[in-house]
Write a protein that binds this ligand. Sequence first.
Ligand code: ADP
Length: 462
Amino acid sequence: MKAHDGIYLDGAWRPALSRDLIDVVDPVDEQVIARVPAAGPDDVDAAVRAARTALPGWAATAPAERAARLTALRDALAARQEEIAETVTAELGSPIGFSRAVHAAVPIAVAGSYAELAASHGFEETVGNSTVLHEPIGVVAAITPWNYPLHQIVAKAAPALAAGCTIVVKPAEDTPLVAQLFAEAAHEAGLPAGVLNLVTGRGPVAGQALAEHPGVDLVSFTGSTAVGRVIGATAGAAVKKVALELGGKSANVILPSADLARAVNVGVANVMSNSGQTCSAWTRMLVHRDRYDEAVELARTAAAKYGDRIGPLVNAKQQARVLGYIEKGVAEGARLVAGSTEPPRERGYFVSPTVLADVTPEMTVAQEEIFGPVLSVLRYDDEEDALRIANGTVYGLAGAVWAGDEAEAVAFARRMDTGQVDINGGRFNPLAPFGGYKQSGVGRELGAHGLTEYLQTKSLQF
Ligand code: ADP
């Protein structure tokens, strides 16, 4: 697989000062497909300095010019759509159809949305005798995970660029290749040197150096709650703004009046998509006790259909972790109705689509994020019980409610402690604010709300 052997710094690919390399592995056959630099603190420092130097010029550009560059970025990504899909399939293992439809298409749409927002957003407003200026916050550090590797980068870089910020991206170790394609597209789009920099590297080395760097004004992190906590604490100590997109354990609440078959089928698809490596996945299905057995049977049948249609997990560590959770679920009394505690193939980091029934709210598999193709099905007695269970985790990222009547579903959704709720299978909206209540995070991404994260206000009084 094609890879750059340098880091993208100040408008060019340059050799890293660090000699360390990261092996990129295809999770389907466990073969090394490329090597990229594992940058060290000196490389990170050089990238932050390039971003700082580029900041005054970029921050002063007219919004229309930033919109034009973002349009060019969108077009450069669109021109690489097939290469993006093939690259994500190679390093993440997702089936090519899913890579095309989601991993490649969604970031193109998000980049396009910020090209429009850069042009239309009000960067100035009048409040009484004040003019309020919405100014870029400065140098942004974007630390991203591997699960939707290009989407996670674009969801940070596009609004940061639209706002007038400059940026250093540190992508996940497992998926640096599509990040390199992104830097190529940014170069082609004519971004001035230093406005966007890409440093591939390891989390505890390059990631930490970037999060701690005094030249960074805002750290935007997506990943595990454990690392997010550390980054939040570091940023807090430095009085630096931080945005965190962390874990989830979202509830799919099926009210008694719902179309059960549709709710269960869409719910299972939601969990199995991307092999369950989705922070907003509805990993807890809540069903009324009178319809519980029927729902479990529907879920079992639906999961069986996914048999060999889902890709592997990203690496051996994730595979072992997910299989460990399935074992723990069974040990704590859950009933394995689909899937297995064993890997389905000898080679590749696969886990079978798994459904655990008779899950009760205090079980580990009902509380902790598993990040694999594992659905827990829980029983509730009445609506109040369903609400208690739905809100009964430390997370609050997403969710779903199904009911015969839309108003009934909305009334329930209003009482959920979570950042997004899909009503009766509502579609993903790339302009809707995405982000968590409680320990699922701080801040919002996407759309106008995502843009304002990268702005700070200055008030002029007249
Ligand atoms: P996941 O479990 O999804 O891999 P991580 O939180 O480990 O989530 O990783 C998300 C991103 O955070 C990756 O880019 C990773 O390299 C980075 N990272 C991991 N540890 C640290 C750290 N101590 N400081 C900064 N970044 C880190």
